[in-house]
Design a protein around this ligand. Structure first.
Ligand code: SPV
Ligand code: MG
Length: 670
């Protein structure tokens, strides 16, 4: 595609403005002239080759273009008879320079919005700009349009006519026919008419359609009055802002195309989604927020960078009121649809507009994303993520996982609500559920080798941090090995409980005989574990069983103090009471002395308490310890009983996941 700009005319109607320089060099504002604006717009739209016809002040024009120093290949075609001929001659002279490509043709005094050009270039058929909303001008160009086809263009037509502007997209075939007609006119000496006279002669042979810009700016500057009106309209156009939000770790060519597109619409405000907002709806960001911010701040063409703290755009849109929001069209369906719907309604509330561009799909982008996901599952990154989440969110949630499949559920389950996304932050590798899945009691019977095997299954298919239920931790001499192995695998935290002897599940409480360890002995185990670990990311959490074993609040608090002193990175306080009062009493008393050490709770019995309430009391990690196992098992039991009762499987079909869904549940590639 080549651009052909006609700049041979004298533009005498602009008076003194065109005495020393061509009309196209008339200033529109302190930063740009008509020509510099056109040339920048061509660059923005990816056009590289420009042919400019010259006449009056040809040398001034040529020098000016060189000084602009734009990444364009410019060819100048001089029309020496510019004073006595019309631009039909300049177009004829430019035929060789333009060649046989598609052509974007414009007059040198035309001022238009970026989107007019971008949208025109996106048309398939040869098109000319018209406006169905502008009043018909007496003296300027009008196009006669019938059945969406331009039949004639000229100043003398009024019937079936709409205002038209000399901005054309001409596909190669159409250009060739018009060009030859122009040549024939010039050969016959008909050089005083508009080039459109030649176009009208061959209109029957070409397909030229109107491209309606309605109220968008696209006007010629002929007189000082025109200039005043156009510059005023341009000021309004230039005040417009466009908002584009990014959550990506790296910028690829698809993102750059999106940025280029957004810049067409106005001054560009880039929203950088905070780590917390990104982690709420997709994988954890690999590149931290500050770094992502810095990337955009230094990007040419970006006017302002702001933080988007939620997945929802509502707050940002209401604060900044951008005229446009640009987004890929991938959010029209699927999980992000509610976010999009909200954007549409907020924009409608103040007259903004959503612009959606085709989402960049491509093998290279998928590969990039796959590589990033792969990085997240590497032990160092995964291990460190729990601490980062704790400092970022204050409250972290974990759900139990005891297999690759439940790990995937923990990894991928997401719900959207009021413009927010919710996912679990981490996985709890429960001893109860791991043992139950193997049909064994929760008495430290499943040995570490087997527990590590479960971890490995989960690690292989997920990226979220893992909190490992280490039971009592075993002998101190064994525990140090466990710490090293867990750390090496990329586990973030081990929780050990202060019991000794044959451990039983805490939810039995005092119904079974269980013995609490001494403070000194357990503290020694914590110290040994902390000493054994190699990185500062790994966390050892001390689980206090005093309330479970009805040893009282004072005992629990004394132990908490001692365990923190021994090096515990977090404290888990457990209870099997329905009433959360003793949990809250512990947390409040502990927080008086210690504002920092994270507190973990497992609300299996006191399950009426919401995460918000826990956070308000000072809790940092909420573990949903067994709900997947407890919901999965009854469904399986019902299916087994139904088959036995009916001697066939049909009756339990309603409870079954469709075969198609189960085989698609797990992608072949991670
Ligand atoms: C587990 O899930 O294995 C636990 C929590 O240790 S609880 O079952 O509540 O003791
Ligand atoms: Mg357990």
């Amino acid at each position: 595609m080549k651009a052909l700009i006609l700049n041979s005319g004298r533009g005498s109607r602009l008076g003194p403005l065109t005495e020393q320089q061509p009309k196209c060099m008339t200033e529109l504002n302190a930063q740009e002239t008509i020509l510099s604006r056109q040339l920048h717009q061509l660059v923005l739209c990816g056009i590289e080759d420009v042919v400019i016809t010259t006449g009056a002040h040809a040398e001034v024009l040529r020098r000016y273009c060189q000084e602009l120093d734009l990444p364009l290949h410019l060819t100048f075609v001089y029309n020496e008879r510019f004073a006595e001929t019309n631009y039909i001659v300049s177009m004829d002279l430019a035929r060789d320079a333009v060649g046989d490509d598609d052509v974007l043709l414009m007059h040198g005094d035309l001022v238009f919005e970026n989107t007019v050009l971008a949208d025109l270039l996106a048309q398939e058929a040869s098109s000319v700009v018209v406006s169905t909303t502008a009043p018909l001008p007496e003296k300027d160009f009008k196009a006669v349009v019938r059945e969406n086809r331009v039949e004639k263009i000229g100043i003398e037509f009024f019937e079936d006519a709409v205002t038209s502007q000399p901005l054309y997209l001409l596909r190669a075939g159409v250009w060739k026919i018009w060009r030859d007609a122009i040549h024939a006119f010039c050969q016959r000496g008909e050089t005083g008419c508009y080039a459109e006279a030649a176009l009208n002669e061959v209109a029957g042979q070409i397909h030229l359609v109107p491209f309606d810009v309605e109220k968008r700016l696209c006007r010629e500057v002929d007189t000082p009055e025109n200039l005043a009106e156009v510059t005023q309209q341009l000021r309004e156009v230039e005040r417009r802002t466009v908002y584009l939000c990014f959550s990506a770790d790296v910028l690829h060519s698809g993102h750059m195309a999106l940025i280029r597109c957004a810049r067409m619409y106005g001054r560009l405000i880039i929203g950088v989604m905070t780590d917390r907002a990104v982690a709420s709806y997709k994988r954890y960001p690999l590149v931290p927020y500050r770094e992502r911010w810095a990337l955009f701040e230094n990007l040419a063409g970006v006017d302002r960078v702001i933080a988007q703290e939620e997945l929802s755009y509502r707050d940002v849109l209401l604060k900044w009121k951008p005229d446009f929001v640009v987004h890929g069209d991938d959010w029209q369906t699927g999980v992000q649809k509610p976010v999009r719907d909200e954007v549409v309604s907020v924009l409608a509330s103040y007259g903004g507009r959503l612009v959606e561009v085709p989402y960049a799909v491509g093998k290279e982008y998928e590969e990039l994303d796959r590589r990033m996901r792969g990085e997240l599952s590497l032990p160092d990154l995964r291990r460190a993520r729990l601490r980062r989440l704790l400092s970022m969110k204050g409250l972290v949630t974990a759900i139990e996982a005891h297999s690759g499949l439940t790990g995937l559920l923990a990894e991928k389950t997401i719900v959207y609500e009021n413009g927010r996304a919710h996912q679990f932050d981490a996985m709890w590798l429960s001893s109860l559920c791991d043992s139950t899945a193997k049909g064994k009691p929760d008495i430290e019977l499943v040995d570490m080798t087997s527990r590590f095997r479960t971890i490995d299954d989960i690690l292989e298919v997920t990226t979220k941090p893992i909190i490992f239920d280490g039971d009592t931790g075993g002998l101190k001499e064994h525990f140090v090995y466990t710490v090293r192995s867990l750390e090496r695998m990329g586990v973030s935290m081990v929780i050990i409980e202060d019991k000794k002897g044959l451990k039983k599940n805490s939810l039995f409480g005092t119904e079974v005989s269980q013995t609490q360890d001494t403070i000194e002995h357990f503290a020694e185990k914590i110290r040994a574990g902390k000493h054994a670990q190699k990185t500062s990311d790994f966390m050892i959490c001390a689980r206090i069983e005093s309330l479970i074993l009805e040893k009282g609040m004072e005992d629990a608090l004394t132990r908490a103090r001692a365990y923190v002193k021994a090096g515990a990175d977090a404290i888990m306080i457990h209870s099997r009471k329905k009433d959360p009062a003793e949990i809250f009493a512990f947390v409040e008393a502990f927080r008086v002395e210690d504002a920092q050490t994270p507190i973990v709770v497992v609300p299996t019995s006191f399950n009426q308490v919401t995460e918000e309430e826990f956070q308000a009391h000072g809790v940092n990690i909420v573990i949903y310890a067994n709900q997947l196992t407890r919901t999965g098992f009854p469904a399986m039991q019902r299916a087994a009983e139904s088959i036995l009762r009916h001697h066939r499987a049909m009756e339990c079909d309603g409870e079954c996941m469709p075969i198609k869904d189960i085989i698609r549940l797990i992608p072949e590639e991670l």
